[in-house]
Design a protein around this ligand. Sequence first.
Ligand SMILES: *Cc1c(COP(=O)(O)O)cnc(C)c1O
Length: 463
Amino acid sequence: MNFLDDAEPFRIKMVEPIRKTTREEREKLVKAADFNIFKIPAENVFIDMLTDSGTSAMSSKQWGGIMTGDESYAGSSSFYHLRDSVQDIMGFPYVQPTHQGRAADFIMSQLYASKGGYILGNLHFDSFKGHSEIAGSIPVDLIIEEGRTANSNPYPFKGNMDLEKLEKFISEKGSQNIPLIIITVTSNGNGGQPVSMENIRSVSSIAKANNIPLMIDAARFAENCYFIKKREKGYENKSVKEIAKELFSYADGCVMSSKKDGLVNIGGFICTRHEELFPMINQLAIINEGFVTYGGMSGRDLEALAIGLQEGIDEEYLKYRIEQVQYLGEELFKRGIPIILPTGGHGVYIDAQKFYPHIPQKEFPGQALVIELYKTAGVRGVELGSCAFSKKDKETGKIIFPDLELVRLTVSRRVYTNRHMDVVINALEDVFKRRDKMKGLKLTYEGPIISLRHFTAKFEMIA
Ligand SMILES: *Cc1c(COP(=O)(O)O)cnc(C)c1O
């Protein structure tokens, strides 16, 4: 028995008080926010599980880096620290910082997307999808069947690409019509599910055989590498760093949102191994981001990221990180709460339709659960279901509801302790016991673009 394993591998040097509101206050707040959780001021949230993006706690070393960061416009030493740190972990020789991951996505779309070309991925992330569509490409998701459904099938790598479908797609459409393949690690779109090394290796060899470049969307690469170490045969004795090196060795480059596994609050970058592509990357960065050695980031942020990337692959940290999410998921599962299993890297996803079987999708069962959880314990989750992901039929104007009605509880990195997780667990248990009485919601306002409506929607409770 290793008694040390039961606790967080850090102690707390600085605290941020969080306010304990009463149920009465929260009922007023949520009503004033038109039952839209995005409109609740964060100071009234006790445990914020809206996103894991840009919400990490930095270490004392990183805060030291904030003080020593070099703010030179050109050739900042903090840029070289970042470049060295990226090269050390990912092995790519050419590194361009950007202000966020989506700016790296934009540069990638300018490099690779072609009019009418198909861009194949496991599950594309929205920001790249948008940029590639603007550039005239067609993003196609080819994730394995096990990754598409909210069942509890314990498949260990639900982020994998379907290799048969990939080969079939390439032979049907012709490799000349496929400008790029992207693998997102972990797969954000279905709950932070990992991709196996074997799958990445196979996709890479298919891509090479067909002369198609392969990029990695690396936002949560460290969490993915930890899952490989824990779940894939042959990797149990390798370090996460060795695993990361191998993973990236199969790709032509990567894009990164540093707001996740970079353990910082802002930033991103794009890497390539191709010298001939780098001038174009640099110039796109100059017009959109800033000069090549800062790319829209301040020197101190480059410095904190250089350190954060190294801390992000620390195995004690990753063990704590992945096991905290697992703990939350397992405790909810024990209480009969329907969640997607296995839990992924960055959060727990509740099947809200199973939670509230009596509420139809047109009455937003996911949103109802988000609201009741906030009222009960000041915990803010997010709906990923009939409000966020519905589409309109182009001809009839009829609403098409998504297959899955989910509520996501993301866990910020190094921010909350397991006692906070216990608050979430106990509150959800209470909400679950009262589930039969819960009513749905009526949408009273939505903005002009349906795919963005969840950010500004207004609701009323159905009496
Ligand atoms: C967050 C994210 C992005 C976009 O990054 P930002 O830093 O938020 O702009 C791209 N891809 C994935 C997989 C992400 O999770």
